[in-house]
Design a protein around this ligand. Structure first.
Ligand SMILES: [Zn+2]
Ligand SMILES: [Zn+2]
Length: 311
């Protein structure tokens, strides 16, 4: 759908007034286009942006219910600290050790600065598609259903603790994108939590952490390069002093960014930092064939620590 707006010539008018008029017209033009798109979507729902099947009804977001419902939490055992997969299914691992005692080799070798990181699901398949739609294709309305799922993760992470929490989204460097997808997700998650878990005392404090220099995209970097890439990239306000911080991001890959943010928040005096993300890129998310065929749990690279050792 195309709309053409015209205005009378600005001959003889001051330049500032012309600029103001032009920007007002731009805003009106954008608003009208948005309204027309919304009306078109209501009349013809179109195709699901994740699976390309026809949408059966017009909804606030262009993704079908089955795609949203198919996004689920993993059923394999996770490192209690960083949330990485341990390569064994949860039920089998539970027969040997408590969930709270499971550590991946990385966390066993060197504890991260954050107390614990938890993600809603694995960064693959439909969840990965939805995150890309939200982040790179600007489908901001997806923040609502994705935020609901993030809220569930936050509630699991908090585990009924009553002390107040401040949610801080991982910041972008200014001008990097027109919106910070993690901030949108965090705000929607908090809105949902306030309705479903009013007992959780949580508020947003995104201004407490800033990215002070641009960083390279992490996707092609090795874990070591990622650590170097984000080193000293953030600064925390002194107002974090004594606060329990919930750091929020859309995806946690190696944990380098979350770890650097946590280090800076703790340096500025935060009491603790927990991390909630929508997705986690797992390094070992399948059960090794040799494990299912012949071996006992001892063959799986699970490291056990005494409960509570880390904090
Ligand atoms: Zn779909
Ligand atoms: Zn770990």
């Amino acid at each position: 759908m195309y709309l053409c707006l015209s205005s009378t010539p600005d001959v003889g008018r001051p330049e500032d007034a012309q600029t103001q008029d032009t920007s007002s017209l731009d805003r009106v033009h954008r608003l009208l286009l948005r309204l027309c798109n919304a009306a078109a979507l209501l009349l013809t729902p179109g195709l699901c942006r994740a699976c390309a099947l026809p949408l059966l009804r017009a909804d606030a977001y262009p993704v079908c219910a089955s795609c949203l419902d198919s996004v689920a939490s993993p059923t394999f055992a996770l490192c209690w600290t960083c949330g990485d997969a341990l390569g064994v299914d949860e039920e089998r691992a539970a027969g040997f050790v408590q969930r709270e005692s499971l550590r991946c080799p990385q966390c066993f070798a060197e504890e991260p600065h954050f107390a614990r990181a938890l993600a809603f699901g694995s960064y693959r398949g439909t969840l990965r598609n939805l995150i890309h739609l939200h982040k790179f294709e600007g489908v901001r309305s997806l923040a609502v259903p994705l935020g609901e799922r993030l809220a569930q993760t936050i509630a699991d992470l908090i585990q009924g603790e009553a002390a107040p929490l401040t949610a801080v989204a991982v910041p972008l460097f200014r001008g990097k994108r027109s919106f910070n997808q993690s901030e949108l997700l965090a705000d929607e998650a908090l809105r949902h939590l306030h309705r479903t878990h009013p007992e959780i005392p949580i508020e947003a404090g995104h201004h407490l952490l800033r990215r002070v220099r641009p960083t390279e995209s992490q996707s092609h970097l090795t874990p070591d390069q990622r650590r170097k890439n984000v080193r000293n990239a953030f600064t925390a306000s002194a107002d974090v002093h004594g606060r329990r911080i919930l750091l929020v991001d859309d995806v946690l890959t190696t944990g380098a960014t979350a770890n650097e943010c946590a280090a800076e928040l703790l340096r500025a005096g935060a009491a603790s930092v927990h991390v909630a993300t929508l997705a986690r890129a797992h390094r070992r998310d399948t059960i090794p064939a040799e494990f299912t065929a012949h071996h006992s749990a001892a063959a799986v690279p699970i490291h056990r620590t005494d409960e509570g050792e880390k904090r």
